[in-house]
Design a protein around this ligand. Structure first.
Ligand SMILES: Cc1cc2nc3c(=O)[nH]c(=O)nc-3n(C[C@H](O)[C@H](O)[C@H](O)COP(=O)(O)OP(=O)(O)OC[C@H]3O[C@@H](n4cnc5c(N)ncnc54)[C@H](O)[C@@H]3O)c2cc1C
Length: 485
């Protein structure tokens, strides 16, 4: 299949790029190895839209973080996704750490971050009463925000698809070759060709880069483990609370989420396996110890789940995003090494890459681009009268499937029917939160599986948790109306 531009990877970077590409008159395709969007690093991170005070001035991280953070509020409004500007605090635990805060302040101002302020102990505790009394002061960044990374990625993909981009799932790129002016990408779903390729393949991006470029890169999976706490304690703090960053990253934070939970983590440990998203007792213990240093009252008996994500860290100290044409590979554009603040930067990175690609294929502005996305119906946000009216018209919005998060059948059907829609239990969970609550899907999973099976026209045994071999059912234990087996 031929395109003008092919994006490899449907994480937040690839989906932002696909959305931006549809603002031009070109044929855009997205090749994704997984069964859905947001199955890589974009699904497991801190979900912070960083203000941009941490990145080295003059770096790509600094530029695209600050630009992305400025674009995010309007993007969230037009795509109808949750976003909250809750502000961040970086704590210092001794007068000696003041130099660290001053360095962040200096970097932040050089990067163009607005509203930064140093707080003394009293001003800090007025802003966030539950921080440790040991905290001696803080850097306050009012423009730091929180977002839902799943909804952001899925919404950008939907907008891209509605404006003409085509998504191909189960399409892992296994070989790349030059055919005249074109790149030919071999996948399990066939061969795709385009003069311009955008490599947004996350941890897989280094391998693709090395297939075509004379200058090799090495991406190290850097694991970060988290604990997620119940919504009952989501209001314990209102800001995102950091400690001073270290050589390995931004350190362990405590933050509310846009859905009202409390999140603590991540750790930072280099590993070899790019699929090692398991959590460990030692890692989670470290998260708890470090998080309690910032907020001593953290009720760890309210942890409802733990998870881990993998940063695609380019080898070396103070490494940067790798963005732009790969050396020796004309038309092959990289967007790799997208560790933090890659989520915050995605809208700006997508716009930059799309503009570069449009220039290369001589595309012009697409005047019929539609920036909106069909609104998501969220009954829980309606007044009782509005909800009653909705249920009268659409009874499926009155049938609650996930009791913990109060998700209705109507919302699950909507998530499956959207384009690209949910194809697995995780796909439904990320779009609707069914299975994200206290029981972690114990009650709603069979019903969600049934709905997926019915809507996709697949036998229940073929429905997976998250694509690949993650089937949940293996066959009947008893034949209906017949003898037991
Ligand atoms: C612990 C942790 C905390 C973080 N916290 C934050 C934060 O708070 N704020 C922030 O701004 N950033 C944060 N980040 C960084 C952010 O999550 C990433 O920058 C971002 O998600 C990267 O997105 P991506 O689309 O580039 O990669 P991914 O989301 O990994 O997407 C890459 C996609 O490519 C696909 N793929 C791979 N190989 C192939 C192939 N050969 N063919 C086809 N498809 C392929 C994968 O299946 C995947 O879906 C954090 C990261 C981690 C790990």
């Amino acid at each position: 299949m031929d395109y003008d531009v092919l994006v490899v990877g449907a994480g937040v970077t690839g989906c932002a790029t696909a959305m931006e590409l549809t603002k031009y008159t070109l044929r855009a395709g997205v090749l994704e190895a997984g069964e859905d969007v947001c199955t890589g690093t974009s699904k497991a991170n801190s979900a912070i839209v960083h203000a941009g005070f941490d990145a080295l001035p003059g770096s790509l991280k600094a530029r695209f973080n600050v630009e992305g953070s400025r674009l995010m509020p309007a993007l969230a409004r037009r795509l109808d996704i949750p976003y909250r500007r809750n502000g961040a605090l970086v704590l210092a635990f001794s007068p000696e750490e003041r130099a660290g805060l001053e360095e962040l302040l200096r970097r932040g101002r050089a990067n163009g971050v607005e509203g930064l302020e140093l707080l003394d102990r009293q001003a800090l505790r007025q802003r966030e009463p539950r921080v440790s009394p040991e905290a001696w002061g803080a850097l306050y960044a009012p423009s730091s925000a929180i977002v839902c990374p799943f909804e952001l990625t899925a919404a950008m993909a939907e907008n891209a698809a509605a404006n003409g981009a085509r998504f191909h799932f189960g399409a892992r790129v296994t070989a790349v070759r030059r055919e005249g002016e074109l790149w030919a990408l071999e996948t399990q779903a066939g061969c795709f060709r385009a003069p311009v390729v955008i490599n947004a393949a996350g941890l897989g991006g280094g391998t693709l880069h090395n297939l075509v470029s004379r200058e090799k890169v090495s991406l190290v999976p850097r694991k970060g483990e988290y604990c997620l706490l119940d919504r009952k304690v989501g209001g314990l703090v209102s800001h995102t609370i950091f400690q001073l960053p270290t050589r390995m990253g931004k350190g362990v934070l405590v933050t509310p989420t846009v859905h009202g939970n409390l999140l603590m983590g991540p750790t930072a440990l280099d590993v070899e396996d790019p699929l090692a998203t398991d959590t460990t007792a030692a890692g989670l213990d470290r998260v708890i110890q470090q998080a309690r240093r910032s907020v001593p009252e953290l009720p760890v008996n309210r942890v409802i789940t733990s998870f881990a994500g993998l940063r695609a860290h380019p080898e070396g100290e103070e490494s940067d995003f790798i963005l732009g044409e790969a050396p020796g590979a004309p038309g092959f554009l990289d967007a790799i090494g997208m560790e933090s603040p890659g989520l915050s930067a995605a809208p700006a990175v997508g716009a930059f890459l799309a503009e570069s690609a449009a220039y290369l294929v001589r595309a012009s502005v697409n005047r019929s681009y539609d920036g909106s996305r069909p609104a998501v119906c969220r009954p829980a946000e309606l007044s009782p009268e509005e909800r009653a009216e909705l249920i009268r018209r659409r009874p499926e919005y009155g049938r609650i499937v996930c009791r913990c998060e109060q998700v209705s059948e109507g919302e699950i059907l909507d998530a499956i029917r959207r384009c690209p829609g949910a194809r697995s239990l995780d796909g439904v969970k990320r779009r609707t939160r069914a299975g994200m609550g206290r029981c972690q899907g114990g009650f709603c999973m069979p019903r969600v599986l049934e709905l997926l099976s019915r809507e996709l026209g697949l036998p229940p045994e073929e429905i997976t948790k998250g694509g690949g071999g993650s089937r949940l059912l293996w066959g009947p234990t008893r034949k209906r109306g017949g003898e037991g087996e």
